[in-house]
Write a protein that binds this ligand. Structure first.
Ligand SMILES: NC(=O)c1ccc[n+]([C@@H]2O[C@H](COP(=O)([O-])OP(=O)(O)OC[C@H]3O[C@@H](n4cnc5c(N)ncnc54)[C@H](OP(=O)(O)O)[C@@H]3O)[C@@H](O)[C@H]2O)c1
Length: 175
């Protein structure tokens, strides 16, 4: 059985934010990248997608159709919500849930975000890879990718890719 990796694949501003405080990503979409900036290559490597409730709401607000219909999708919330035809709601212990997921056979697992959910994963040392695409913009304030409070975690730099004005940094957790 293959080891399934939990991968944070995400874009951030040069000063470390994933969105403005009011959930705006215009600063990101304004950057000149190249092609689809590698997203479809990455998407083929995963069969499961994990989302925090605020990120899910943001996607549902922006997109006409849920973009990850062809993957197994889970949304973490502490509230009670019905599953939809596209996503399964996870209310319980997200760490135990993810460990169970990793023990099953399958491809890698994309942890889409946002910052709050990533923080829980880092605290539990559950992130196997980081793939961070940096936009050349300082936005000054916003929702940080890394909220303080997790333990020191070492990663190995395994690659970089440039997509015009974006740079993607690829790291694997050193264990
Ligand atoms: N730049 C990018 O590539 C990128 C990627 C992803 C997201 N984003 C942006 O990031 C923002 C959202 O990030 P965020 O940090 O505010 O929120 P988030 O991590 O997406 O979601 C937070 C929500 O997750 C639920 N949650 C938190 N802890 C939980 C736990 N222990 N168990 C179960 N559910 C739990 C809670 O939902 P309930 O309140 O319902 O309980 C909480 O409000 C949006 O603006 C989005 O656009 C940007």
């Amino acid at each position: 059985m293959n080891k399934r990796n939990v991968i944070v694949y995400i874009a951030m501003s040069l000063d470390g934010y994933i969105a403005t405080k009011d959930d705006n990503l215009d600063w990101l979409f304004a950057v000149e990248g190249e092609g689809d900036n590698g997203i479809s290559d990455f998407y083929h490597t995963v069969d499961t997608v994990l989302l925090g409730k605020r990120t899910y709401d943001w996607i549902m607000d922006q997109e006409e159709n849920f973009p990850y219909k062809d993957r197994e999708c889970y949304v973490f919330t502490k509230s009670h919500m019905q599953d939809t035809e596209d996503v399964t709601i996870v209310n319980g212990d997200l760490i135990a849930f993810t460990n169970e997921l990793k023990a099953k056979d399958g491809r890698d697992i994309w942890l889409v975000g946002g910052g709050e959910i990533i923080h829980h994963f880092l605290k539990a040392d559950l992130v196997d890879q980081l793939r961070i695409t940096i936009a050349p913009t300082l936005i000054g304030d916003g929702i940080p990718l890394f909220k303080p409070g997790y333990p020191q975690l070492e990663f190995e730099l395994t690659g970089t890719k440039q997509f015009n004005q974006f740079i993607e940094l690829q790291y694997v957790r050193k264990k």
